[in-house]
Structures are given as structure tokens and as C-alpha cells.
Design a protein around this ligand. Sequence first.
Ligand SMILES: Cc1ncc(COP(=O)(O)O)c(C=O)c1O
Length: 314
Amino acid sequence: MAVNNYQKVWHNGKFIPWADATVHVASHVVSYASCLFEGIRCYETRQGPAIFRLKEHTDRLVNSCKIYRMELPYTREQLSQAMVDLVRVNNVKHCYIRPVAFRGYGEVGVNPLKNPIEIYLLAWEWGKYLGDEALRQGVDVCISSWQRIAPNTLPAMAKASANYMNAQLIKMEALTNGYVEGISLDSAGHVSEGSGENLFLIREGKVITPPLSASVLPGITRDSVMTLAQEMGYTVIEKEVSREMLYIADEVFFTGTAAEITPIRSVDRIIVGKGQPGPITQKLQERFLAIVQGLEEDKYGWLTLCAQPVTAGR
Ligand SMILES: Cc1ncc(COP(=O)(O)O)c(C=O)c1O
């Protein structure tokens, strides 16, 4: 994480120095993981920094909080505007934005309702999540021995910190065994997602992804890829995916804010397709990267240009 002492953090409506963005260890969030968050990319474009799908990320944050009965004292518009201001204040060309909303210092005990809600918005410069080569060459992944959180345990639709204890187990096991990432199965044994990415496969020209009922996070990149694939004339299907479908797929790839569109070249050391990024993955990746970098028309209104006044809701 590239930060410097001059960097500013937005806290409950005010900009504070990076070094002052701290919490007390007795805060509710420390013991009970009562935190909802987001991960958003702001891309460098010829028209200045542009935040990708700000509205959808803000909506997901507010929805995550709603699931956990956390009412934020700011509107979606105020939060979106604050993120644009954050990019401007920090004068960055591109960055990763991390909003966190959590239960702070007050009562100690499981009941979170009396603890104050703290909101911080952070931004820092960030490169490619799975490595620079990953986007071009593809990555080697495994099926995790850890299952994804089951329905009605922790809600998978909320981007909650607690979910990432499960994600950490998946990630650490994968790295320990020499893989870049792990894919979890859901409680029924169907493919769910990576520790921080949604998953797609291509078979006989069709673009297939597990449904939200497979305990996946409703990924915003996932949604963008489904839109682009449809636009390009492919049939897009949300359906249950069995583990072995990954082995015999023509192409497999991850999507996510961090991973963008990362091809997968092997699963459990079984080569996927030709062991290199497939043609449909490449086409989707090219179109996606061209849009986010402002090189192609933003026909879906996905970019919020930070150098310009913000339009309502974005
Ligand atoms: C568990 C998990 N699944 C999927 C994704 C991809 O979601 P998005 O495309 O909105 O970043 C993420 C990243 O936020 C994630 O953490």
C-alpha cells in the first residue's frame, strides 16, 4: 500500500490525516467484526481520475449495512460525493478506494446496537491484485478444502469483514500449496467463488457463472462482464456449476474490482483449455479495460469523472 503522511482520510464527514485514522481496541468491531466495507477502483483516464461504478458500490455498501441493521447517517449521494472529494483532496491520478462502516467504541458485548457507527473512506494507489503477469498469462488455482459460508449463517450478499475470515482460510491454504488463489464450493458442493473474486467459465461459446444462491458476493465486475458479454452477443447463463465443469471448460476466469478480469489457466493442476487466456476471456478483458480507462465510449455511464461536478446519485 503506497501511502504518505500527507494523505487524507474522510472520517464521519471530515478530512483527517492518514496517521489519525485509528480506532480503540475496545471498539465493537475489533472483537466482533462488525464492519461492512467496499473496494472500488478509480482509474486514470485522459479526463482525469474516474471512479468505476460508484453508484453500485455505494448501493452495495448501504445494503450491506441494512442487512446488519446499521443505519448510516449519510445519504448515498453524500457518500458518493465524499468519495469523489477524497480522490480530489488526495490529488491522485488513480487509486483504490476503501469505504469502511463499523460499530465503534462504547459498550463491550455482542449487542452492537448501542455502539456508535463510524465511517471512514480511504484511498491509496494500488497495482494489479494477483500480479502484473496474471492479467496477461492467467493464474493457477485450486479448489479449496474450505467451504464458502453457508446460506443463513453469514449473509453472503453483504460485504462484511466477518466473511473474510472464511476468505483468508481459502487464500492462505491456496498460497501455502503453491497456488495463486482458491475457489470455494458452497454448502451443496457447487462452485461458489474465489476468496475475493467471482468466477466465470466458457463452454461451447456460452458464458456461465454461479448464481447468487451459490453464496457468492453480488460482484459489480460480475455484473459488468455479464452486460458486456450480452452486448457482444454471447448467451450468459447463471447456473449451478459443478467442480468438474471447471476442469473441462474451454475458458475460466475471475472477475473483481481487485482482479479485474483475470484468466485462470489451471484448476487443481488440470490445464483449462489450452492453458492460456482464451479468446472470449481476452475479448471481454480488452473491452472492460478499454471502458474503465476511458478509451472507449462509456455507454453504460459506469465512470464518475472526479475532475467534473458529480451528477445526482453518482
Ligand atoms: C468474496 C468476493 N467475491 C467477489 C468479489 C468481486 O466483487 P466486485 O466485482 O464487486 O469487486 C469480491 C470483491 O469485492 C469479493 O470479496
